[in-house]
Design a protein around this ligand. Structure first.
Ligand code: PNS
Length: 160
């Protein structure tokens, strides 16, 4: 069985992330979305909310693929998370050239740490390429319309 992990902060999940999840789940038989517990960052949404919104969004938008998609949390190294699950692939999304440098560095570093685990990139669909969790939070903070940027489960929480 081909297993991949999709690690990230998902604070919060956007339609860009969801696009990558859907496309990766079409390629890999089991896709485990890993929400990072990062003690160095203080996220807007706590871990349970981030996992709950991803699950809700997958249920609402990707119900046909839901059987292949799991959502869990992890701390420590992504390669260790992948190793525990027997995953040979790490999935990441690339929106623009600006993402490339840091993503390339992470992919090379992860490969050095775990040569059996490869990183696979999906180019985020053009319609979502402008999206970022930070911008969504900023827009929501000024009561802007984030309805086209995040799944309903996130929009509800952000408005609240
Ligand atoms: O959504 P993000 O914040 O861009 O995701 C970054 C993430 C979670 C993929 C990265 O920070 C990560 O892998 N963190 C886990 C710790 C780790 O493995 N660090 C070494 C990466 S080369």
């Amino acid at each position: 069985m081909s297993i991949a992990v999709y690690p990230g902060s998902f604070d919060p999940i956007t339609f860009g992330h969801l696009d990558v999840i859907g496309r990766a789940a079409g390629v890999f038989e089991r896709l485990v979305v890993g929400v990072l517990v990062n003690p160095r960052k203080s996220p807007m949404f706590d871990l349970d909310e981030r996992m709950a919104t991803i699950r809700e969004a997958v249920g609402e938008q990707l119900s046909g693929l839901a059987g292949r998609i799991e959502v869990t949390s992890f701390d420590g190294l992504t390669v260790d998370f992948a190793g525990t699950l027997g995953a040979a692939f790490i999935v990441r999304g690339l929106r623009a050239v600006s993402d490339f440098e840091s993503e390339m560095q992470m992919a090379h570093t992860n490969r050095k740490l775990a040569p059996a685990v490869d990183t696979v990139f999906f180019m985020t669909s053009l319609e979502h390429a402008y999206l970022s969790s930070s911008l969504v939070k900023e827009i929501a903070a000024f009561e802007g319309d984030i309805g086209a940027m995040v799944p309903a489960a996130v929009a509800r929480r952000l408005r609240r």
